[in-house]
Design a protein around this ligand. Sequence first.
Ligand code: PXG
Length: 465
Amino acid sequence: MNLISNHLPTAELQALDTAHHMHPFTDGAELAATGPRVITRAKGVMLTDSEGIDYLDAMAGLWCVNIGYGRDELAQVAARQMSQLPYYNTFFQTTHMPAIGLAARLAELAPGDLNHVFFAGSGSEANDTNIRLVRHYWAAKGKPEKKVIISRRNGYHGSTVGAASLGGMAPMHAQGGLPIADIVHIDQPYWWGEGGEEDPDAFGLARARQLEQMIAQLGEDRIAAFIAEPVQGAGGVIIPPQTYWPEIQRICDAHEILLIADEVICGFGRTGKWFGSNTFDIRPDIMTIAKGLSSGYQPIGGSICSDEVANTIRDGGDFNHGYTYSGHPVAAAVALENLRILEEENIIGHVRDVAAPYMAQQWSTLADHPLVGEATIVGLMGSIALTPDSQSRARFSADAGTVGLRCRERCFANNLVMRHVGDRMIIAPPLIITPAEIDLLIERALRALDETYTGLKADGLLKAA
Ligand code: PXG
């Protein structure tokens, strides 16, 4: 069979999928029992499945379709690039126009003196690059013992062996013997879930100071870098208390370690500025990028490095690292076109001045729902914590994630894609979302919350742990 057409009945597509397709982060047996939704097309913020049902995609795919679906300009650029130069590598002292253009444009956009890009095919690959890059950096400076990277529990940095080790996801570490050596974790700045009686600002400081304690414990002469997402995405949209990032920055400045900001989700307008580092006043030495770089139209990622990091690597002999698709010409050309659209259509201005303020206003009304403990949002990434008792910030007595999963199912049933992380519900819609579409999102979310609440009550699950 050379083509699966959309004319096959859904059940047949599902049967083929079940027989041959292994899905990421999925309980395969459960999926085989229910059958996957087959998505066939998309436009703007809307998806359509093989039954002709429309959904408002409040997750922008997987946090990546920043300019929205259906922008034909990107398809045209890809087709032109494929005709002219579908592939060439950037090894062996060669380069090509799309890689040159994209690297130069990223140097303009990135903050400070982040002027040099090492390309990868994804966020995971870029973070694997970062592990090798920071260790090679310190070796080139005559300090090969500086190789430990400090990261955070419940952080997410990707799914390869290296990136999953950087991440702090316990269920991922439990499979395959992770983390690899010389990666250690400190606690996350998640006040609602872990702050107890402490006030958020004091809690934010305390969590940041764990970094300094870890540096003291292991010895500064062993630490290469600290990596973190400006706002944890896959961890549940955890927006740190306002005291957190200034203290982290102070600690990184006071000690001789590199700061890596993982901007895979926060980058390219998600927080209302070009990068989360702009929004939270972070001065990283390296930024990880992917997702919104191409709005997901092509797989591409990268590491943007400061002058100091890049020059040290440049003078440190061969950096024995690279991917066949580093700077892939079609992906780079599509990314450049995506950046043109973000810029020329002032999409980040739309987030800052229109979509984010309106969404924040509407999103905060969800906190009045009896199932919702907090509703937080920065730019266009937001979350609500589901709880049986918002006053005590209680957890449900049911297994963590049970209620979140039920809510996600009610969202699908109400033509809305919202993701759950445990018992948090999260959104990160395309940045082009309009106020009318935000109204629709909130209306559907409220209906899903009502139905979840009714269902929990009927099943006797509205109980605190
Ligand atoms: N860093 C961050 C901050 C991410 O969110 C990666 C790195 C890895 O990127 P790649 O392109 O290798 O996937 C990510 C990816 C989810 C979900 O369900 C989140 C991601 C990927 C898949 C699912 O929230 N983030």
